[in-house]
Design a protein around this ligand. Structure first.
Ligand SMILES: NC(=O)c1ccc[n+]([C@@H]2O[C@H](COP(=O)([O-])OP(=O)(O)OC[C@H]3O[C@@H](n4cnc5c(N)ncnc54)[C@H](O)[C@@H]3O)[C@@H](O)[C@H]2O)c1
Length: 295
């Protein structure tokens, strides 16, 4: 049998907002393979995530069960990180004075890395599973400059910012380090309802991952993207008719069904494992093959 053994690896997972997030399923798969988890969640989501990790409600307990009978999801640490901000110098006064943010202390990328990097002595895996566009329901032609640049900042530049901040802790790790981001076909093709700068952000994320793969390859850090099929997470439900998008893709995909979030988790573990040691700068479609279709 070929083992995937991530025992002793430290995985920093962004984008866990609830127990439906792709990042939740990626985290479960990484822990099932042996990795230690640190969650860096949006300041407003930290308490929600901690409550879901502690909850005794049967559905919440069930949502924590790891695949392969590997136990229960248990990150070592949940820290706050708003990826809009590199350091506290970038934070506007309104956010600085907002209790939902400032109760976490330094909630910027620097503040998060300062808590995580030295504590664990290194980071082997970084998962970027963050996206937001305030005007996602606007057509491209109607998107404001502010909405467009905001979508690019949070959903695309954050990969570069997080990678820049994490790289010193990811360099020359035993077996190499791995960064995985999440994209969607709307970054390659026109998907109606995927507006507000989000399709541009996904296109940017994909080429940025290739650039970063080139920049960091000599340090044995690999950077890849999973382009996932549509799935009804909290973020996707903001797009509009996500159920219709899922049904449409399911009917037309070579594998005639929707994806499950576990399948995204499994693909992420593969990309973070030694089995993918020569794979970098790649966009892996986990979409039941929908991306190959012309009609
Ligand atoms: N659900 C889908 O259909 C689908 C398909 C392909 C790709 N994706 C991508 O998967 C990734 C995860 O999305 P999801 O579907 O799991 O939804 P989700 O809502 O569970 O995850 C999005 C996360 O982004 C976080 N976030 C937003 N703004 C942030 C900020 N400023 N700082 C820190 N965190 C912030 C949210 O708190 C949330 O945890 C996203 O990149 C998304 O575009 C989703």
């Amino acid at each position: 049998m070929i083992p995937i053994n991530l025992a002793g690896k430290v995985a920093l997972v962004t984008g866990v907002g609830d127990n439906q997030s792709f990042a939740w399923f990626i985290a479960k798969a990484l822990q099932a393979a042996g990795a230690k988890l640190v969650f860096a969640s949006h300041p407003r989501m930290v308490n929600i995530v901690i409550n879901l990790l502690d909850s005794d409600k049967p559905d919440d307990v069930e949502a924590r069960v790891l695949p392969y009978g590997a136990g229960e999801l248990k990150p070592e640490l949940v820290v706050a990180c708003d990826v809009s901000y590199d350091t506290m110098d970038d934070v506007d006064e309104k956010t600085k004075n907002d209790r939902r943010w400032n109760k976490h202390g330094d909630f910027t990328i620097k503040g998060m890395i300062d808590q995580v990097g030295p504590k664990y002595g290194g980071i082997d895996i970084l998962i970027h599973s963050v996206a937001f566009a305030a005007e996602i329901k606007s057509k491209a032609v109607d998107t404001s400059r502010k909405g467009y640049l905001g979508a690019l900042s949070i959903s695309a530049y954050s990969l570069t910012a997080l990678t820049h901040a994490c790289a010193p802790f990811m360099e020359n790790r035993a077996g190499g380090a791995s960064i995985v981001g999440l994209s969607y076909l709307g970054g390659d093709r026109v998907v109606p309802h995927y507006g507000g700068g989000m399709s541009t952000a996904k296109a940017a994320l994909q080429i940025d991952a290739k650039q970063l793969a080139h920049n960091l390859g000599a340090k044995n850090i690999r950077v890849n993207i999973i382009s996932a099929g549509p799935y009804a997470s909290r973020a996707a439900s903001a797009i509009g008719d996500i159920d219709q998008m899922i049904g449409y893709a399911a009917q037309r995909s070579p594998l005639p069904r929707g994806i499950t979030p576990d399948e995204v988790g499994n693909a992420a573990v593969f990309l973070c494992s030694p089995l993918a040691s020569a794979i970098t700068g790649h966009v892996l479609y986990v979409d039941c093959g929908y991306n190959v279709m012309g009609v």
